[in-house]
Design a protein around this ligand. Structure first.
Ligand code: NAD
Ligand code: UGA
Length: 499
């Protein structure tokens, strides 16, 4: 409901014009007092700021700057080293195609800076792209989203603002976070108008530039009030520079916030579903690739996200599902929470199954054996290792006293940091050198390069019997078997030389 003019106020906008009126609206349990300000208050709507220069903030803002030369886009971060890297040739994020876009825009209408207050003062539209990891302490530890970074940002926007702002949630947050954001922003003296919007990001790492340039949809949620709808239009206008109108979806703000969590939960659920079936395939001599193909040709199901694997990784699937489940529990929906938590449960089961598969195949002892991990990134075409299944596998293999050699074209620096407290690991960028003298290779990341190596050469350099465990089902299993390997795919009959 919207009650215009219930309270009256009077305050100058940035240009010194006097603007009258307050509005109060009530949605669900939240009452928020928002000053009404005319459009003229938004002098800097062509100045966009993004707070948070990470995997999302950097590439999304680069794309906006690239497609909208009439906007000035500034990206800020508390991490000054990261900003320095965005201003160098050594970008902090590896994404195919990102370098070119940065080169075309940086210093023209895209700027990476450290003065957050100045950025806030000078911008009419502020995207918030800070991290929202799983909480590791206190109530909800291990499940709820840790909102401390987001909250600090809201307070900083409130303190530094001298003119109206549209504040856009780009990060993934629990449904109803916008209400808390509004409460913080308007809790000072209420003299500045803030419109909080939700514009969740759906890009996937490794394909971020393509996803940003040709999105399946762009979702923009706002309060369904005149102010909210007017602010929503300002964000629609940005995307209209390159996204077809029919792909820009508008919704109420809570639907937008919730849709992001649900999209990730559904994607992860498909992977856990196919991985659960992969376990059954291994017992029944059905082949998971054939099952995936057969069900994926049903147009109601579709063929994507049906690749059985060692398990999903990445910074978001697990955290977003656990967060979704936590929210459900908060509303007393325990059965719903149990359902979604089981998606994460199957993912843990799949990783453990993979590890035990290696142990069983290699005669139930790995002590002193050399095992080479092909890939450490959580997926191909990224150097990101957050929640990578390779980390779990590496730790567990070391517990079994195996000697590990890890190779990856982009993720070795992160691997070294992730495993710095684990002894007995060698890091080797060259896969041929990495595999030399090893007893087994475990394919952890679906890098195309691993399908193109000379496996006869690799086999000849390995200890015998030589094993390959294909945690991504990307290899030519029959060919590897012909070369002499004992081959263990996911969800398929192993191809071995033992009688
Ligand atoms: P990230 O960790 O790569 O980047 C977040 C950045 O925010 C960091 O550089 C950090 O220093 C900065 N930051 C934290 N607090 C700050 C503050 N108070 N002021 C200024 N900067 C601050 O995280 P990310 O992967 O970019 O994810 C950001 C959000 O986007 C998360 O909510 C995530 O769930 C969501 N998301 C991520 C992806 C992805 O592919 N990584 C995709 C879609 C959505
Ligand atoms: C995922 C979503 O796809 C994005 O839409 C979303 O914006 C993003 O999370 C986020 O919110 O962070 P991302 O994690 O970057 O993107 O990568 P995905 O392509 O979704 O892959 C996630 C994991 O699932 C990877 O480990 C991948 O190897 C694995 N996967 C994917 C499978 O095991 N099987 C598949 O069929 C597909």
């Amino acid at each position: 409901m919207f009650f215009p003019g219930i309270l009256c106020g009077r305050q100058p906008d940035v240009a010194g014009r006097l603007i009258f009126g307050f509005s109060i609206f009530h949605e669900g349990s939240g009452y928020v007092r928002i000053p009404k300000i005319t459009m003229e208050g938004f002098l800097e709507r062509k100045n966009i700021l993004c707070i948070g220069a990470g995997y999302v903030g950097g590439p999304t803002m680069a794309m906006i700057a690239y497609k909208c030369p009439q906007y000035k886009v500034t990206v800020v971060d508390i991490n000054h080293e990261k900003i320095a890297r965005w201003n160098s040739d050594d970008l902090p994020v590896y994404e195919p195609g990102l370098d070119e876009i940065i080169r075309a825009t940086r210093g023209k209408n895209l700027f990476f800076e450290t003065d957050i207050d100045k950025g806030i003062r000078e911008s009419g539209i502020i995207f918030v792209g800070v991290n929202t990891p799983t909480k590791t302490f206190g109530a909800g530890a291990g499940k709820a989203a840790d909102l401390q970074y987001w909250e600090k940002t809201a307070r900083q926007i409130r303190e530094a603002s001298e003119s109206p702002k549209i504040v856009v949630e780009k990060c993934t947050i629990p449904v109803k976070t916008a209400l808390a954001m509004e409460r913080i922003l308007t809790s000072k003296d209420g003299s500045i108008r803030f419109d909080v919007l939700s514009n969740p990001e759906f890009l996937a790492e490794g394909t971020a530039i393509r996803d940003l340039e040709f999105p399946d949809r762009v979702l923009i949620g706002s309060r369904e009030t005149p102010n909210g709808i007017e602010a929503r239009k300002a964000i629609v206008d940005i995307y209209l520079n390159w996204v077809p109108r029919e792909k820009i979806i508008e919704s109420n703000i809570w639907s937008s916030e919730l849709s992001k969590l649900v999209a990730n939960a559904f994607l992860a659920q498909r992977i856990s579903s196919i991985n659960a079936i992969s376990a059954l395939c291994e017992k029944t001599e059905a082949d998971i690739a054939e099952v995936s193909r057969a069900i994926g040709l049903d147009s109601r199901l579709g063929s994507k996200f049906l690749n059985a694997s060692v398990g999903f990784g990445g910074s978001c699937f697990k955290k977003d599902i656990l967060n979704l489940a936590y929210i459900c529990r908060g509303y007393g929906l325990d059965d719903v929470a149990d359902y979604w938590e089981s998606v994460v449960g199957i993912n843990e089961y799949q990783k453990e199954r993979f590890i035990l598969g290696i142990l069983n195949a290699m005669f139930n002892t790995l002590a002193g054996k050399r095992i080479c991990l092909f890939g450490f990134a959580f997926k191909a075409d990224t150097g990101d290792t957050r929640e990578t299944p390779a980390y779990t596998v590496a730790r567990r293999l070391c517990e079994e006293k195996a000697e590990l050699i890890i190779t990856d074209p982009k993720a070795l620096d992160n691997a070294r940091i992730d495993l710095q407290d684990t002894d007995g690991i060698t890091y080797e960028p060259d896969p041929y050198k990495a595999a030399r003298g090893c007893d087994a290779i475990a394919v952890m990341t679906e890098w195309k390069l691993y399908t193109e190596l000379d496996y006869e050469r690799i086999y000849d350099s390995m200890s015998k019997p030589a094993f390959i465990f294909d945690g991504r089902n990307i290899m030519d299993h029959r060919r590897l078997h012909e070369i002499g390997f004992n081959v263990y795919p996911i969800g398929k009959r192993p191809l071995v030389h033992f009688t």
